[in-house]
Unconditional design. Structure first.
Length: 332
């Protein structure tokens, strides 16, 4: 349909609508007046700007490039999910998306934390930056959009007393072994999920894990963790290579959700006033080791962080530790 016909169609639809609302109006006079106004504008049908199949295709290319960079499947799934939500909300071809579209999308996310909105914007920025670099678009609509200010909150971690309470609450050898491994290694949930029994060097009390960006690092086990792992292995009736498996046949590898459910059971039984997750155990590892005098660079390496700033966001120095450091290092 050419521009002239589209304009005529729009004019007719407007006049008919007005005639239904105001039956006494002069149909021809209104049409002539509107025709003179619309003559100064270029009118295009909405279908020309409607969301088309180029968005999924471009997302596939973006995901493929990120996969080559070594990003984990969990991260890639997160990118896919966020970009699908964004494309469904905007409903336009990629090249027609504007800064205003993105601002409206983010502004409609009522009740979301600034950190959540910031993560969504980061994904969108990464996507459009990729498209611009690959010369698939002529401009990046995210360039003028600033990251929202995030609330500065201390990372959640358990106290020594709360950690001991969780330990005492464990009812099975699997629960206790899982809790100890999460705490002493400071590993991410996905890293624990992917571990095998053969990965652990019992003599050196360590193992190597594959973290974000496909980076390999060595983590270490405590005597408690190895003790409870050995007890757990002896009780297992299966031959599965996975470090943690389901309790029922066919004894498959314990999934991310399965690990979280097990931690939820421990938390509920302990009845502590905190939400306990594998990530909270990671925070706890960072906080307690730093408060006990560990070097920030060493903790950074153990957690697999690229910078010490990230590690500091995970850890909270206690008042006692700050007071101790003040007394020890203040020049009198």
């Amino acid at each position: 349909m050419d521009t002239l016909n589209i304009g005529e169609q729009l004019l007719s639809e407007i006049v008919v609508s007005l005639h239904e609302l105001l039956p006494g109006i002069d149909f021809n006079k209104v049409k002539n007046n509107l025709s003179g106004i619309l003559a100064h504008y270029k009118v295009e049908h909405q279908e020309d700007y409607k969301y088309e199949s180029d968005f999924p295709d471009k997302v596939k290319l973006f995901i493929a490039s990120k996969k080559i960079e070594g990003l984990s499947e969990n991260t890639l799934d997160g990118y896919k999910r966020e970009l699908r939500l964004f494309s469904n909300a905007v409903n336009k071809k990629v090249e027609h998306i504007t800064s205003g579209d993105i601002r409206v999308y983010l502004g409609n996310l009522e009740g979301r934390k600034m950190s959540t909105i910031g993560k969504k914007l980061t994904t969108i920025k990464s996507f459009f930056s990729f498209l611009l670099a690959e010369e698939m678009i002529q401009r990046d609509p995210t360039l003028k959009i600033k990251q929202p200010k995030e609330e500065k909150r201390l990372g959640k971690s358990l106290t020594i007393e709360e950690l001991e309470l969780l330990r005492e609450t464990c009812k099975t050898t699997r629960q206790r072994a899982l809790l100890e491994v999460l705490y002493c290694t400071g590993c991410r949930l996905s890293e624990i999920c992917n571990l095998n029994k053969s990965d652990i060097n019992m003599q050196n009390m360590s193992c190597r894990v594959i973290g974000k960006g496909n980076k390999e690092r060595e983590v270490y086990f405590s005597y408690k963790a190895l003790y409870h792992l050995r007890k757990y292995f002896l009780e297992r009736p299966d031959q599965n290579e996975a470090l943690f498996v389901s309790e029922r046949r066919p004894y498959g590898r314990l999934s991310n959700k399965g690990i979280q459910r097990e931690i939820d059971v421990i938390e509920k039984a302990a009845n502590i006033d905190k939400k306990v997750t594998p990530h909270v155990m990671r925070h706890t590892f960072a906080t307690l080791t730093l408060n006990n005098g560990a070097d920030i660079t060493a903790v950074q390496e153990l957690l697999g962080h690229s910078s010490p700033e990230t590690t500091l966001r995970y850890a909270r120095i206690t008042e006692e530790r700050k007071r101790e450091q003040h007394k020890k290092y203040l020049v009198q």
